[in-house]
Design a protein around this ligand. Structure first.
Ligand SMILES: [Zn+2]
Ligand SMILES: [Zn+2]
Length: 259
């Protein structure tokens, strides 16, 4: 599995993108950074997008991606995967014919730009070579982690994208049970001095991250940290370094991780 970091920050200024990952060139995880990074050709190759939650910093470039796809001659729609509530939110508040067109009926309902597929905890969805499950996490709005797996038997590898979250439990239990996990992507948005804000907004600080990783237990592969508020990136880096948590890496936009 190849994971390309299109954007890994919790805020945006030139040169720093909001959350967006591209998995094996065909599947996006969130849409904070997509059309501002991928070439037209690369955008045309995207078949699916997994949405963790409907906050603007995770969906905003889905609007421009849908618009671009509209002018590409492609056979299949872009499949938008999310919980029933996330899909309802996208339909009602973004692709509602007021804020932005309803691309599930453009150019026609038979051959639309977007197709919505709901996923609930406990269900497994096959998207090309990837299989995907969701686990609820703890944020201000309904948010899920995605467990993304590929390959068979001993070639099986998996990555977990935890999504925006404050302290949470179930995803760490699941992480302990899934075979072949080679990477975990987890947020750390704010430094310790803003712990109150983190608690109020459903995010983690470095100490919060350490607490979560204790629930995970020993893990020998990469733990990739993202969703840092840019203004505090260096402070977060220093605080994580001081905690000496094994195998943690602060992500940077443009990084490619192969597992
Ligand atoms: Zn959020
Ligand atoms: Zn966010």
């Amino acid at each position: 599995m190849e994971i390309r970091v299109l954007g890994c920050y919790g805020s945006q200024i030139p040169g720093y993108g909001l959350t967006g990952f591209l998995i094996d060139a065909k599947t996006l995880l969130d849409a904070g950074a997509v059309t501002s990074v991928l070439t037209q050709e690369e955008q045309a190759g995207v078949e699916h997008i997994l949405i963790t939650h409907a906050h603007m910093d995770h969906i905003r470039e889905l609007a421009s991606l849908a618009d671009n796809i509209c002018y590409l001659n492609r056979e299949d729609p872009l499949t938008v995967v999310g919980t029933p509530l996330v899909i309802e939110t996208l339909k009602k508040h973004i692709f509602n014919g007021i804020i932005w067109p309803d691309f599930s009926a453009i150019p026609s309902t038979e051959k639309p730009v977007l197709r919505y597929v709901a996923i609930r905890p406990g269900e497994k969805l096959q998207l090309g070579r990837l299989s995907v499950t969701v686990v609820p996490v703890n944020h201000k709005v309904e948010t899920v982690a995605y467990v993304v797996e590929t390959g068979q038997n001993e070639d099986r590898v998996a990555a977990i994208f935890v999504g925006d979250t404050g302290p949470t439990d179930e995803i760490w239990r699941v992480a302990g049970k899934v075979d072949g996990i080679r990477a975990i992507f987890v947020e750390t948005s704010l430094p310790e001095e803003l712990r109150d804000v983190a608690e109020l907004s459903g995010h983690l600080t470095p100490a919060g991250l350490a607490g979560e990783l204790e629930k995970l237990g020993p893990f020998d592969h990469g733990i990739y940290i993202y969703h840092m508020k840019i203004q505090y990136r260096e402070k977060i880096r220093r605080e994580i370094d001081l905690l000496r948590i094994a195998n943690t890496h602060l992500l940077q936009d443009g990084q490619v991780i192969r597992i």
